[in-house]
Design a binder for this molecule. Structure first.
Ligand SMILES: [Cu+2]
Length: 136
C-alpha cells in the first residue's frame, strides 16, 4: 500500500512538471523603460497566447517597445525600411504607463525587441522575446 502511494506521488510530480510553464514562459510582460534600457530585457512567452503587457517609462524621453517580426532586425538604427517588419509596438511618453495586451507570435523563435526612438538601439535599448511552443 505504501509503495502504491509513492508511485502515485512520483506520477503526480511528473504530471505537475509537464504542466508547469515551458522554459519559464509567462503570459505576462512587465517592463520598465529607462534612459536607455528595458528592465528586464529578456522575455519568454507561449506562442499564440494572449500576453498581458504592462509598462512604464521612467525616463526623460519617449520610448517604445517594438517587437520585430521573426527573422528581422532593425540593425543599429531603426528607420523607415524597418517599419514593415514591426510585429507589435507600444509607445510611451516620459512618465507614461500602459496596461494592454497583445497576441504572441504563432511561430516559436527569438524575436528582437528594440526601442525605435532615434539613437536608442545604439544606446543599448534592445531586448529579446523568446516564443516557445504553447501547451496543448
Ligand atoms: Cu528608448
Amino acid at each position: 500500500m505504501k509503495r502504491n502511494l509513492i508511485i502515485a506521488a512520483v506520477f503526480l510530480s511528473l504530471i505537475l512538471a509537464s504542466c508547469g510553464g515551458v522554459g519559464g514562459a509567462s503570459t505576462t510582460i512587465d517592463v520598465t523603460m529607462t534612459d536607455f534600457q528595458f528592465q528586464p530585457n529578456q522575455f519568454t512567452v507561449p506562442a499564440g497566447q494572449e500576453i498581458s503587457f504592462s509598462s512604464s517609462n521612467n525616463g526623460a524621453v519617449v520610448h517604445n517597445f517594438v517587437v520585430m517580426k521573426l527573422g528581422t532586425s532593425a540593425g543599429d538604427m531603426f528607420d523607415e525600411e524597418d517599419v514593415p517588419n514591426i510585429f507589435w509596438e507600444v509607445e510611451l511618453l516620459p512618465g507614461g504607463s500602459i496596461e494592454t495586451s497583445f497576441t504572441a507570435p504563432p511561430e516559436p523563435g527569438e524575436y528582437e525587441v528594440v526601442c525605435r526612438t532615434e539613437g536608442h538601439i545604439l544606446s543599448g535599448m534592445t531586448g529579446k522575446l523568446t516564443v516557445v511552443p504553447a501547451e496543448q
